[in-house]
Each structure stands twice: as structure tokens, then as C-alpha cells.
Design a protein around this ligand. Structure first.
Ligand SMILES: [Zn+2]
Length: 133
């Protein structure tokens, strides 16, 4: 199945990806246009002003259905196009953000472990007292 890209008009296979620039949902986009709209949305605004003029004259008639905001919607991620540098930044942020979560889990784990040990030791000394009284 071939689809025509909204921006460059090039036909491509698959359902394509979407981008959200200046309250306009751009869909379908080919891979190149998606990456471009991610990295440099301003250039897309300048290069394809007709897409954004249409939405301003008729704000309710965008390609986004109006009921989307009212109902819960499912999002199916089929792929992520992301520059390597951005991905490195994201992973570093992710790793740093996971440190407080790790500390919380370690604290909870310690408390549970201490409680378990206290119960086991108490039970064991009770048994020993019963045997060797
Ligand atoms: Zn394109």
C-alpha cells in the first residue's frame, strides 16, 4: 500500500507517521518529512504555509477529529525516529531520574528485610526456649 506524503507529496509504503506543528496535525508524513518536522518545525512552517493557513481560516476543520479530546484514545507506537544525540540525552536524563526511584525502592526493601528478619529471629528464639527450657 502506497501513501502520498502530506508535505513532499512523495509516495511511500506503510501508514506513515504524524507530526504536530502549530496546532495542526500533519498526517501522513514520510520518514524524511517526519524527521525534519521533529528537528526543525520552523522550516516546515516556512516551507509549507498553505497547510497552516487552511487550519487558521477553519479552525474546527483540521484533520484531527474534534471528539479526540473528549474520549480516551489509544496510542499505538509503531516506531520512533530519533536523532542519536537526542537519544543519548534522553537516556542520560532517564538514568539520572531513576536514581531517586532506586533509593526509594532500596529504603522500602531494607524495611521489609528488617521486619522479616525480626519476625524470623523472634520465632527462632521462641522455639529454642521451648526446646531447651
Ligand atoms: Zn515527505
Amino acid at each position: 500500500m502506497a501513501t502520498d506524503c502530506l508535505l513532499c507529496g512523495k509516495a511511500f509504503n506503510g501508514t506513515g507517521s504524524s507530526a504536530h506543528i502549530a496546532d495542526v496535525l500533519l498526517f501522513p508524513l514520510c520518514c524524511d518529512c517526519h524527521v525534519q518536522s521533529d528537528q526543525d518545525p520552523q522550516s516546515v512552517l516556512i516551507k509549507y504555509p498553505r497547510l497552516f493557513d487552511q487550519s487558521r481560516s477553519t479552525p474546527m476543520a483540521t484533520s484531527m477529529p474534534s471528539f479526540v479530546s473528549d474520549t480516551q484514545s489509544h496510542v499505538i507506537v509503531t516506531g520512533i525516529h530519533m536523532p542519536f544525540g537526542s537519544m543519548v540525552t534522553l537516556m542520560v536524563k532517564w538514568a539520572i531520574a531513576s536514581l531517586p526511584a532506586m533509593m526509594m525502592l532500596a529504603t522500602i526493601g531494607c524495611l521489609v528485610w528488617w521486619f522479616t528478619c525480626a519476625v524470623l529471629i523472634g520465632t527462632r528464639s521462641g522455639i529454642l526456649q521451648t526446646i531447651f527450657q
